[in-house]
Ligand binder design. Structure first.
Ligand SMILES: *Cc1c(COP(=O)(O)O)cnc(C)c1O
Length: 567
């Protein structure tokens, strides 16, 4: 029996994603988008949804971050043991790209939910002996290479992925496109819907567009036009000559350039943004489309620190299936919450000690900041006024733990990492600041549980949702964030956490936002932590109750299931 057989009959939804964070040992993800895909799969499996996941194998991962003594990031391939975790499937398919057949082999990862239910995750691999040396590297580097490499990867994912599902005998009713990277699957669907030319009445469409639309669900993640994946039609036509009627494609994907977001928008019946504010921003950017809002979440079982898992298990036995149960977190004993937190903090400090040699104090507030290092996240905001920061730290001790990777070609992001290292040295006499290299899901789990305060400083409206703050809240870590993305929905000032600025607009100017940040730290947050820790513990419970009960992927997947998949 083929290993895929048990899944065939009970699967009718295919989720396509460029990256997916399945487990720490599998490096097929880079950041938030991949974490979301992984949490989607984990909740999908817990809820026994009829799903298959399709992504790229990314044998060499995104990259392993190495930081030299000057703080400069260099990148090393991040190979992982494919054979240890995945099984190669016999079904191979080919896509003709740039005049040659590129063969694709799917690998199967069986994700097993805690209660035993399994779902298949297919990872596509072009590193097979049938391919030439160049094609073999196509699924090595996630987000690597140039524009041509990227378009070829998207062809492998969208068109190759469709053919793999077909070759494996899946009968799929709904395709869920996680971001525009997978949009080319719609072109394969267009071709399958093609009306025979001899049956074509004058003026009739070559393709059955309503039929394609009825099969597609599109989740967009990018709040600005410049962030959308775009390719020239010249490049597209060189790689896939005659693949699809170009006039039709231009009508669907933009007259000038092949815009993957537009293509997905025009060929999906259900489109959503990943938070309420993001759906509004998307609707303004693309007038005339109905954009739903399904706010992201995190998979609670994955992101709860073991101590908190035990505490929740003991008090709310059903919480992992029914996260709403955490609304009762106010009933948890304060000292138990605090003990769990202190254990998680001690683990983080241990990790910091072994990674950097710096001993942080368990009695001093740990401010955590970790995410992709890139311009709009504004990682330098905390250091906008060094004298102010030092003065605050002199009054109330403070220690900073920072982590994050910059894309290899994001010079601004890499420069920010260098600058952060320099600043850490400059400030050494006033406050301890450490940078932990190679931010990944394992390090993230330690950080979001072990910090006391989780800080987020994006430029509104660039943070479509954000999820790391949700992981923090689940572990009783309080959020201080610009009002953007998910935090607009979650922040109740002084109850669930704090905002930087009273509204999104007041955080646009970086200097002004930094001043708000310092004010809140100095006058509200640090005094509460040091002088009224009983009130801090109550806020921890309020944050768990109000945030974790809602901002989880079980709620998110139940919404996708009833509103998008069951149309
Ligand atoms: C959760 C997570 C992210 C997303 O963090 P944001 O702050 O929401 O951008 C990125 N990378 C890793 C490794 C994560 O675990």
């Amino acid at each position: 029996m083929s290993p895929i057989e048990p899944f065939q009959a009970r699967t009718n939804i295919a989720y396509f994603t460029m990256e997916i964070a399945i487990r720490p040992e599998i490096h097929s993800y880079s950041g938030g988008l991949g974490i979301l895909a992984g949490d989607t799969a984990r909740s999908g499996a817990d809820l026994e949804l009829r799903m298959v996941f399709v992504s790229l194998l990314s044998r060499a991962g995104y990259f392993r971050q190495v930081i030299d003594e000057r703080g400069w990031q260099t990148e090393a391939p991040d190979w992982w043991e494919v054979e240890r975790w995945c099984t190669p499937l016999h079904a191979m398919v080919a896509v003709e790209i740039d005049g040659k057949a590129v063969w694709i082999r799917p690998w199967l990862y069986r994700h097993v939910a805690p209660h035993g239910h399994e779902i298949p995750i297919l990872l596509l691999d072009t590193d097979v002996e049938q391919n030439d040396a160049e094609s073999r590297t196509l699924t090595h580097y996630l987000y690597g290479g140039d524009e041509t490499y990227r378009l070829k990867q998207e062809i492998v994912l969208g068109i190759g992925g469709m053919r793999v599902l077909h070759a494996l005998g899946f009968d799929i009713r709904t395709y869920h496109l996680n971001e525009g990277h997978a949009a080319l699957l719609t072109v394969e669907l267009l071709n399958r819907s093609k009306v025979q030319p001899e049956d074509l009445a004058p003026g009739e469409e070559l393709y059955d567009i309503p039929e394609v639309r009825s099969q597609c669900v599109f989740t967009t993640h990018t709040p600005v036009e410049a962030g959308h994946d775009r390719f020239s039609y010249e490049l597209f036509d060189r790689l896939l000559p005659g693949f699809v009627d170009l006039a039709t494609l231009k009508r669907l994907a933009g007259a000038e350039e092949l815009n993957m977001t537009r293509l997905a928008l025009n060929l999906s019946d259900y489109v959503n943004g990943v938070a309420r504010r993001h759906a509004e921003t998307t609707a303004l950017m693309f007038p005339g489309y109905r954009i739903h809002a399904v706010t992201n979440g995190v998979h609670l079982g994955t992101w709860a620190h073991p101590g908190f898992t035990q505490l929740y298990d003991a008090n709310f036995p059903q919480w992992q299936h029914e996260p709403e149960a955490l609304i009762h977190a106010l009933q948890l004993p304060d000292d138990q919450i605090w003990d769990c937190h202190c254990a998680a903090k001690a683990e983080l400090l241990q990790l910091v000690q072994s990674a950097t040699g710096t001993a942080l104090s368990p009695d001093v507030l740990v401010l955590g900041f970790a995410r992709r290092m890139t311009g709009y996240k504004r990682p330098l905001m905390l250091f906008e006024q060094l004298d102010r920061l030092s003065a605050i730290a002199a009054k109330y001790p403070l220690q900073l733990v920072i982590a994050g990777k910059a894309h290899p070609r994001d010079t601004e992001g890499k420069e920010a990492i260098r600058r952060l290292h320099e600043l850490a040295r400059t400030l050494a006499g006033n406050l301890r600041c450490v940078y932990l290299p190679n931010y990944d899901m394992q390090l993230a789990a330690r950080l979001v549980a072990g910090a006391d305060l989780w800080v987020n400083t994006p430029l509104p409206p660039m943070e479509a949702s954000g999820t790391s703050g949700m992981k923090a809240a689940l572990n009783g870590v309080l959020n201080l964030s610009v009002l953007d993305g998910w935090w607009i929905e979650a922040c109740v000032e002084g109850v669930t956490g704090w905002s930087i600025g009273a509204d999104p607009g007041s955080a646009i100017d970086e200097k002004a936002a930094a001043a708000h940040l310092y004010d809140k730290l100095e006058h509200t947050i640090l005094p509460l932590f040091y002088d009224n820790n009983a009130a801090w513990r109550i806020m921890m419970k309020q944050s768990i109750a109000n945030i974790a009960s809602f901002f989880n992927t079980h709620r998110m997947m139940r919404r996708y299931a009833t509103e998008a998949y069951l149309r």
